[in-house]
Design a binder for this molecule. Structure first.
Ligand code: DX5
Ligand code: ZN
Length: 214
């Protein structure tokens, strides 16, 4: 379970983030948006640095929804990010493989992400160069959108091509009513924003365990 801090209270970030880990989150998902690749602005390496300082041992999974992911590689690595996922819509083929190698050179693991309208084939072509494939189940940019079940076939395709070697993550509209479908299709990392942070704190442990045990 990867609580997405986009849905946290930005004025109480460290407190909300550590609460999500105490509630059963395994890692934290950070959405970096640049106002160009998606029509929203969120956070960047400064937020990552502050979270790393507040939570030294937590795995920080950064999702780059930006026009130029390379621009953010060194700043995020220096800020203590653990993982770096960029979009196949921005880099394909050898360009994507090269950036994955550079991500690993910094000590992070590398992920490749695919938006709902984009076919899975360009991802399958480069998947061997990555530790994780992120299948978006909403059009990226905002939390709280409805899950798009038609992307589940992409999860199945990645799992059948790559077997257990790779992590398959889903992001967008994952909640109590959709998590089981993601897991049945082969996903093993679930990002959840509003279905975690949108609840009162006392309800978060129950919500997280419901999503992974059903
Ligand atoms: C959407 C982001 C997600 C977002 C998910 O563009 O990539 O990580 O926080 O939010 P929910 O879980 O509310 O759909
Ligand atoms: Zn995300």
């Amino acid at each position: 379970m990867a609580p997405s801090i986009l849905a946290a209270d930005f004025a109480r970030m460290a407190d909300d983030a550590s609460n999500a880990i105490e509630a059963g989150g395994d890692l934290l998902h950070l959405d970096v948006m640049d106002g160009h690749f998606v029509p929203n602005l969120t956070m960047g390496s400064d937020m990552c640095r502050c979270l790393r300082r507040a939570l030294p041992d937590v795995f920080l999974d950064v999702h780059l929804m930006v026009e130029d992911p390379e621009m953010f590689l060194e700043p995020l690595a220096e800020a203590g990010a653990s993982h770096f996922t960029f979009h196949i819509e921005r880099l394909q083929g050898d360009d994507a493989r090269r950036l994955a190698d550079r991500v690993r050179d910094t000590g992070m693991s590398a992920g490749i992400c695919v938006n709902p309208p984009t076919p899975i084939e360009p991802v399958l072509e480069v998947a061997e160069a990555f530790e994780l494939v992120l299948v978006m189940s909403v059009n990226p940019g905002f939390g709280g959108q409805a899950f798009m079940p038609e992307v589940l076939d992409k999860v199945r395709a990645v799992r059948s091509a790559e077997g257990d070697r790779i992590r398959v993550q889903m992001d967008g509209g994952v909640g109590l009513d959709t998590a089981s479908r993601c897991i049945e299709a082969g996903a093993d990392v679930l990002v959840a924003g509003s279905s975690v942070f949108g609840r009162p704190r006392e309800d978060r442990p129950g919500a997280i365990s419901h999503m992974i045990v059903f």
